[in-house]
Design a protein around this ligand. Sequence first.
Ligand code: URA
Length: 240
Amino acid sequence: MERLQKVIANSGYTSRRKAEELILKGKVYVNQELVTELGTKVDSKDIIVVNGVTLNRNVKKEYYLLNKPRGYICSVSDEKGRKVVTDLIDTKERIYPVGRLDYDTTGLLILTNDGEFANILMHPSNGIEKTYIAIIEGILTTEEIYKVKEGIVIDGIKVVPKRFKVRSKDTLKNKSNVLITIVEGRNHIVKKIFESINHPVNKLKRERYAFLDVKGLQSGDYRLLTTEEVSRLKALKKKR
Ligand code: URA
């Protein structure tokens, strides 16, 4: 017997967190009965219907690493008809992005249909490091560099980077190229950090995600993660 939200996530329908939301919202039926309790246990014979869709419990798990181009939404569909990252990947499986990069952010994005795996990567306590290269407006003062390194409070929570450095400064264009490594996964977090010290981000690229990078992948290109990479990422789950 397994917990309902875990089974929904494992089927590739969505992440564990979203599965919990769907259960609480009354969108999940088990053997034609509405279930709204998160602790509910199910077995392999139970028929689970989420949002009117019967779960396929034997889906093939897929794991992709995409070098996201600018101008794509990190979603599986968009009501305004904008391009979404899953358009770039040729698969019949219902894959979705792990976390979010903004519409105008480029770089490393993982997509999968493995809800448990997505959950491990997104859980803040697993401490997965993401490295971004940003072009920001202006030249940082020593005090501002110190401030970023010490940690800036964004929406009530302090973000202390694992690493922060100014890679280069262009005094003529009045721009700086900076590298920042954070564990945080909140939306727009890098932009918010630099906006808060009046150095807005002009360009943002995610260079690394845990031990992965986008070397060898042109913008818009993708590859499958190797079995070893998937195991290494799963092993980042901390015991709680
Ligand atoms: N931080 C941002 O501000 N934007 C992203 O796309 C990712 C991290």
